[in-house]
Design a protein around this ligand. Structure first.
Ligand code: NAD
Ligand code: ZN
Ligand code: ZN
Length: 348
């Protein structure tokens, strides 16, 4: 089968022919229906050296996957060939305290996981191929009626990651609150919809690109702003001088982190999702009183069930641009050039 593979660090992906895997005991082979192209893959291609992550290329890219059950390994029950499924991407050991809590993203025993801190497309072969080997059936969620794999694939990361980040701040997002979403790409445009579907907060979106700001407005943002010297002041003015209750930074650069700190209100959550590598200095007068700063990584199975439910009900809808597997390299080029609105999705 064809697969888009990362051959080594600091390299572009290449389309190669590889063997179709066969599922061993407990494993499931999924026929890929769609695989989203995440900006993290661009970071994988360009930003890491050997030793920078606990795993290494070569592997097939694509960590945002949905499709249909193709074959069940020995002992797997509860699924039928042909059944549509979404793939939960973070694959932990399955037996440690965190994994038992369903939080496989923060597995305590990464040494016992299929790959430490990763999953398919992140150290192991991912979904930019015709088939994807999933190591355990607990990493699969049946698709609810009304959601096909092309709609579902972006929800497994671009939807799930903001959902996790926003839900942990739900208690700060009452009707008088304001949330700020910085970066309205794959994650950001779904993050705005998560805020609209699950809270009554006002939503301010920030992006350098006009097309992304238009998308933010279509997704329900109350205000969409470009970065600029007076950005934080404009957000403060919008909130009657108080500042934002929750800022979710889907970029994570020095400038966006500085904006987050400058527009946040005392007791705010500043949640860093983007991995652009910026830093935010911490000092007594440098942050609003009792502001909490956190990074978050992806989301868990239970949250994906909720995200897919919102998707099936039309409350979360990824704006997608479809590419074939032959054009997957182009999908990443377009993503790097900032010409994708919403999510680029590869349909093999
Ligand atoms: P994307 O390229 O689709 O979107 C990024 C958006 O940010 C674009 O619209 C771009 O115009 C905008 N942008 C860039 N610089 C900006 C700036 N200085 N100010 C305002 N807007 C700016 O990317 P994506 O796939 O949505 O991913 C976003 C980030 O989140 C990436 O860094 C990615 O690696 C990371 N990510 C993190 C997790 C996690 O679990 N923490 C999961 C997925 C992706
Ligand atoms: Zn991702
Ligand atoms: Zn574990």
């Amino acid at each position: 089968m064809k697969a888009l593979r990362l051959p080594s660090w600091k390299s572009d992906p290449v389309l190669e022919d590889v063997e179709v895997p066969s599922p061993g005991p407990g494993e499931v082979l999924v026929q890929v229906g769609a695989a989203g192209a995440c900006h993290s893959d661009l970071h994988l291609m360009h930003d890491f050296e050997p030793g920078g992550l606990p795993w290494n290329p070569p592997f097939t890219l694509g960590h945002e996957n949905a499709g249909w059950i193709h074959a069940l390994g020995a002992g797997v029950t509860g699924f039928e060939p042909g059944q549509p499924v979404a793939v939960v991407g973070a694959w932990g050991c399955g037996t440690c305290e965190r994994c038992l809590d369903g939080v496989e993203t923060y597995c305590d025993r990464p040494d016992l996981a299929p790959v430490p801190g990763g999953g398919g497309g992140l150290g192991l072969d991912g979904g930019m191929a015709e088939y994807l080997l999933v190591p355990a059936a607990r990493h699969l969620v049946p698709l609810p009626d009304g959601l096909d794999p092309v709609d579902a694939a972006p929800l497994t990361d671009a939807g799930l990651t903001p959902y996790h980040a926003i839900r942990r701040s739900a208690h700060k997002l009452g009707p008088t609150a304001t949330a700020v979403v910085i970066g309205v790409g794959g994650l950001g445009h779904l993050g705005i919809q998560v805020l609209k579907a699950t809270t009554a907060a006002r939503v301010v979106a920030v992006d350098v690109r006009e097309g992304a700001r238009d998308l933010a407005a279509r997704c329900g943002a109350d205000l969409a702003l470009p970065p600029g010297a007076d950005l934080a002041a404009q957000i403060r003015e919008f909130t009657g001088g108080r500042g934002a209750d929750v800022v979710v930074d889907m970029v994570g650069a020095d400038a966006t982190l500085a904006t987050a700190a400058a527009c946040a209100r005392p007791l705010a959550d500043i949640t860093v999702v983007g991995i652009a590598g910026g830093t935010l200095p911490v000092s007594f007068f440098g942050l609003p009183y009792e502001a909490s700063v956190q990074t978050t990584y992806w989301g868990n199975r239970r949250e994906l069930v909720e995200v897919l439910d919102l998707g099936a009900r039309g409350l979360l809808r990824a704006e997608t641009t479809i590419y074939t597997l032959d054009d997957a390299v182009l999908a990443y080029k377009d993503l790097a050039h900032g010409t994708v609105e919403g999510r680029a999705v590869v349909v093999p």
